[in-house]
Write a protein that binds this ligand. Structure first.
Ligand code: ADP
Ligand code: MG
Length: 719
């Protein structure tokens, strides 16, 4: 009996969980205890060596190779004190997950003696046998291998396991010809592009020389938890991360009693365990709560510099996945593990700030700050309109297609929610009206041309893919399982581009001797806003009316599927954009597009074959054996006859659908990955859908004794 298994597992998790709680007074000491911070390094290096390392960190100068040995020694000593026996370059290939290849510190020194060593050379560069990472044609497998190189701007850390620990060195991954084979290199390049773009703009607003800018990012991670027993009895979850079958449970999220409800004990224990590990890794996790769907939860850290935030986001996913197992649970990161139930996203809260901690998207309290805010906010509006296609493409995946455009996730149409107050300010600026707004409590600007800005834009909208939330923008279309690196790269890049263009226009206006900074910014904001305000939409993004208005009246893009979106990736416009800011060259961008097609094809291909396999070997046989059982009963009863007829009818339908799915699975659609991907979308997905429809109907009529799969009802309501 399936319910029994899970209940007994729920009882046993206490025994399985071997962690002891950290006393609350020690929690702050735990923070970053497994991170090699700059303070740690400083304490372990001579002053000149540390200064030289600092020059590398702050100005990107290459590390003196003689110092590399000293730094490596300090790292090894620290890591061994933490119990590490191995080290690895930790990098982010184009699969979207992380990769590691461990090497031991141990080296034989002859005559049965071994020493523990780690050289500067090993720290700076490594050569994983990386020939089977996807490279989108950038590096044919027979060519020289790619190599990994230390990224000193993200600190090294320790990953622990039951029998020891490993020193992880955040790294980039590139080909011998210097092309980026990973997600970190373009992210670092885009951070630099943003810094370069913002600096001249800020100096117009009087910022001091040498101010450095970086984007900041806080990602809210949604996920599901289900009992491990159920997971292993669902080949679809094991193979594809989502359920390919399953009738909607009688009780879905309609009751809304789960959202923000009390967190079950078992789940809370899991969360606390994961958080303690994340604290040790220096990851500032802050928020945890139940999400909308039953079995769905969220974790969110405090924002950080976006390079570190991207590394930390990967670690958050890794720790959640591995910790769940200790509690007899499986953490599902898929965007849509259960059809008809709320999906999971990863809201990326994005802003940009100076090294002194000033947030450029915070309206602030002085007229001067507000003027600067309006300038940067206008740049974001322009960027999102100019590059709707890129924003859609950077979150495109087979799994996110089930979420975007469905009724509880942002639509596939990119638009901006500004909130009524801020929209009102822009509208008044655009119509040439300054002065005080209608609402009380606004800040006086004391300026004749610029209206005042509310301290906190109060209203909220959950249906927008891109929302202003008081002092940052929240990009909500990002998928829960996806690496945030490419979406942040795109945000940094498109906003750098808009700022560069607007700065040039502002400089031109300031060339006119009559113009003041106030009047020039007001004029620029007015022109730009008027041109781009079609991208602003404060209404219900789920509504049918919006789809019609967006496409037909506003001319916004509605790129419904991954394949519609990724074909824009290497358009002439986007190619020029990526090249102009040195984020990706033509080959690098083309490679990414190629890999996206390939991953899309493979994902749906595996789903198609798994659907066929389960329908053929589990679901159809269940119907048949149930029929056999019914057949044993002498057909006197109307009930027996009625049920048998219904099962026969649906089973026959399933059989027909299954045959056509098999044909589509076998057809593959061509030799080119591009054609295969289209075949998957246009033929395999619809055929899978038909099979599922029949199977889900069977689930409702076949005896539960015969049904081979844990149902939605069982999986979603486990405590
Ligand atoms: P929500 O209501 O969407 O949960 P929160 O106020 O909890 O919003 O914040 C969500 C995330 O936004 C957090 O990770 C937070 O650290 C992040 N955030 C706040 N300020 C900034 C900023 N300036 N830049 C980037 N992220 C930020
Ligand atoms: Mg949010």
């Amino acid at each position: 009996n399936q319910d029994f298994d899970v209940n007994s597992a729920a009882r046993n998790w206490r025994v399985d969980a071997s962690v002891s709680a950290t006393p609350s007074e020690l929690v702050n000491q735990l923070f970053a205890s497994d991170v090699l911070t700059l303070d740690q390094l400083k304490a372990r290096l001579s002053k000149p060596d540390y200064r030289s390392l600092q020059a590398t960190l702050e100005r990107g100068e290459t590390l003196d190779s003689s110092i590399a040995d000293t730094v490596a020694l300090a790292m090894k000593t620290w890591a061994m004190e933490k119990g590490a026996t191995h080290y690895t370059h930790w990098f982010q290939p184009l699969t979207g997950s992380t990769a590691e290849k461990h090497d031991s510190f141990l080296n034989p020194a002859g005559d049965g003696v071994a020493i523990m060593s780690f050289s500067g050379k090993e720290l700076i560069q490594a050569e994983p046998d990386a020939s089977s990472f996807p490279s989108g044609g950038l590096r044919a497998t027979f060519e020289a291998r790619g190599y990994t190189a230390w990224d000193p701007s993200s600190p090294a850390f320790i990953i622990r396991h039951a029998n020891g620990a490993t020193l992880c060195i955040p790294s980039v991954f590139l080909s011998w010809t210097g092309e980026a084979l990973d997600l970190k290199i373009p992210l670092l390049r885009s951070i630099e592009a943003l810094n370069k773009a913002v600096t001249p703009a800020l100096s117009l607003f009087g910022a001091s020389e040498g101010t450095r800018i970086s984007s900041t990012l806080g990602a809210e991670q949604e996920y599901f938890l289900i009992a491990e027993e159920y997971y292993y009895r669902r080949p679809d979850l094991v193979m594809t991360g989502r359920t390919l079958f399953g009738a909607k449970p009688p009780r879905g999220q309609e009751l809304e009693d789960h959202y923000f409800g009390a967190i079950p004990d078992r789940v809370l224990s899991f969360m606390t365990d994961a958080e303690m590990q994340l604290y040790a890794l220096g990851i500032p996790v802050k928020t945890r709560h139940n999400e909308v769907a039953p079995g769905q939860f969220e974790i969110a850290p405090i924002f950080e510099n976006s390079n570190i935030a991207a590394d930390h986001q990967q670690l958050i996913m890794q720790v959640l996945r591995s910790t769940a197992r200790k509690y007899g649970l499986v953490c599902l990161m898929h965007e849509k593990p259960f059809a008809g139930v709320n999906g999971s996203g990863k809201h990326c809260n994005w802003s940009m700030g100076t090294d002194a901690g000033e947030n450029l998207l915070d309206p602030g309290e002085t007229p001067h700050r507000n003027m600067q805010f309006l300038f940067f906010c206008t740049a974001v509006i322009k960027a999102v309109d100019d590059h709707q296609d890129l924003l859609r493409a950077c979150v495109a995946s087979a799994s996110n297609d089930h979420r975007l455009g469905a009724n509880e996730a942002p639509p596939a149409i990119i638009s901006i929610f500004l909130g009524s107050e801020l929209t009102d300010i822009f509208d008044r600026l655009a119509s040439g009206k300054g002065g005080r707004g209608p609402e009380a409590g606004l800040l006086g600007l004391g300026s004749s041309v610029l209206p005042e800005i509310p301290v906190h834009a109060g209203d909220r909208n959950r249906t927008s893919p891109f929302a202003f939330t008081g002092n940052k923008f929240e990009f909500r279309a990002v998928g829960s399982s996806q690496s945030i690196s490419f979406p942040i790269t795109v945000l940094n890049l498109i906003i750098a581009d808009a700022i560069t263009q607007l700065t040039a226009q502002l400089q031109e206006k300031l060339g006119d001797s009559e113009a003041t900074l106030d009047s020039a910014v007001a004029e620029l904001v007015k022109q730009t806003y008027t041109k781009y305000k079609r991208i602003i939409f404060n209404g219900d993004g789920y509504s049918e009316a919006w789809h019609v208005e967006a496409e037909q009246q506003r001319g916004l893009l509605n790129l419904r599927t991954t394949l519609d979106a990724i074909k824009h990736l290497n358009s002439e416009k986007n190619l020029r954009l990526f090249e102009q800011y040195n984020v990706l060259n033509e080959r690098e961008l083309g490679a990414r597009q190629e890999i996206m097609y390939d991953i899309y094809f493979k994902t749906v291909n595996i789903e198609g074959e798994t659907t066929e396999y389960m329908a053929q070997t589990q679901i159809l046989p269940a119907a048949i054996s149930y029929l056999a059982e019914l057949g044993d009963v002498e057909i006197k009863s109307k009930a027996v006859k009625g049920v048998a007829e219904e099962v026969v009818e649906i089973a026959d339908e399933l059989y027909v659908c299954l045959r056509s799915l098999r044909e589509q699975n076998e057809a593959l659609g061509g030799d080119e990955v591009h054609d295969k991907a289209h075949h998957m979308r246009d033929h395999v997905l619809p055929a899978m859908h038909e099979v599922r429809r029949a199977a889900d109907r069977l689930e409702k009529v076949v005896s539960s004794k015969h049904w081979p799969l844990p149902t939605y009802r069982q999986m979603l309501f486990v405590k």
